[in-house]
Design a protein around this ligand. Structure first.
Ligand SMILES: [Zn+2]
Length: 219
């Protein structure tokens, strides 16, 4: 089995990579440079891919950023310091980001005759980002199938009904090296611990009775 994975370098897609690895998949990982402020995640994705010795491509879509508005992730609006709220989500949304990345991934999969494309959309994200919702997955699945007629590509989003805490639980059982992952939108030396994704990440570890290894050991 071979699958294409959108690997951001964060908690969710890294856990999915380790799950695919366990399930016997040969993985081709794609990481997207869309001129995000937190470029550190790209270096993290590279290190994670190297650790598993998988095929990894960094796809440069940075030229698109000027067309995609003033998202906080692109350095436009200020990164909010609060839990995910509708307002915080609006500031951090990159318009149609998953559709753009999945579209490229489906093309890559067809070109390499790989039958499945995976991404790590999950339940927490689905309340705030439209392109992480089950309805989106259900709608895009047949569209990708129709667009890739000779080597049909199937879209897989196995975490779509799981919370981030459940993903971390799975990852801990798979020995995911979370110290290599990056989430913080500010992309500084250390996690800021106050942006929405930092807060959500720490909560997911706390719900599993663990401390994020990026913030120190569990001892
Ligand atoms: Zn942060």
């Amino acid at each position: 089995m071979r699958g294409v994975l959108i690997l951001s370098g964060g908690v969710d897609s890294t856990t999915l990579l380790y799950k695919m690895h366990r399930d016997g998949y040969e993985v081709d990982a794609l990481t997207f440079n869309y001129a995000q402020k937190h470029k550190k995640e790209i270096a993290c994705a590279r290190a994670i891919a190297e650790r598993l010795g998988i095929v990894h491509h960094v796809v440069d879509l940075s030229a698109l950023s000027s067309l995609l508005g003033d998202s906080a992730l692109l350095g436009g609006k200020e990164v909010p310091s609060c839990h995910y709220t509708e307002e915080a989500a609006k500031k951090t949304v990159v318009p149609n980001r998953n559709m753009i990345m999945l579209s490229v991934a489906a093309g890559y999969a067809e070109a390499h005759e790989i039958a499945e494309v995976f991404y790590a959309a999950h339940k927490n994200d689905s309340t705030i980002y439209p392109d992480c919702r089950p309805e989106f997955v259900q709608a895009l699945r047949p569209a990708i199938r129709l667009a890739t007629a000779w080597h049909p590509v199937e879209l897989q989003a196995p975490f779509v009904d799981m919370s981030k805490a459940e993903i971390v639980k799975m990852g801990l059982s798979l020995d995911v090296p979370y110290e290599l992952t990056w989430s913080c939108y500010r992309g500084e030396e250390l996690p800021c611990c106050s942006c929405p994704t930092c807060i959500e990440r720490e909560e997911a570890f706390a719900l599993n009775g663990r401390r994020d290894p990026l913030l120190g050991s569990n001892d």
